[in-house]
Design a protein around this ligand. Sequence first.
Ligand code: ZN
Length: 86
Amino acid sequence: MIFKKKKDEPEPEEEPEPAALKKEKVKTCDVSGCSEPSVRTVSGEKARGAGLSVSKNLRKVHLCKKHYKEYKKATKKDRELERLGW
Ligand SMILES: [Zn+2]
């Protein structure tokens, strides 16, 4: 079988996306039920440890301002408890 050589077309992989499809990828909060824009990324384990409901599949979770605050609060509390435990 003979394949015709393609004319020098631009590589399809490099195809620029139409502007309409080029959505700004704004990451949103990964806490279930929340769709605020994320401001921080923390490890999924820590986020779950802080009591935030995030998917178990996530190794990193994006948190919005509000949930990051909660996360910080929770981790702070942890530390305090640790201190008290001594
Ligand atoms: Zn959130």
